[in-house]
Design a protein around this ligand. Structure first.
Ligand SMILES: [Zn+2]
Length: 48
């Protein structure tokens, strides 16, 4: 399981609704809405 960086829900990476790549890392999301929020401003959701 991985954490959805937008809403902090646990997401199964093999069955995630959506995913997005950013700077060579893949992020998984529970919904398209979370992916769209992330894609609009990835740095707001990534904890360094
Ligand atoms: Zn989410």
């Amino acid at each position: 399981m991985v954490e959805d960086p937008v809403c902090a829900k646990e997401v199964d990476s093999e069955h995630a609704a959506c995913k997005s790549e950013h700077r060579g890392r893949t992020y998984y999301f529970c919904s398209l809405q979370c992916k769209q929020l992330f894609d609009s401003e990835p740095s707001a959701y990534i904890v360094p």
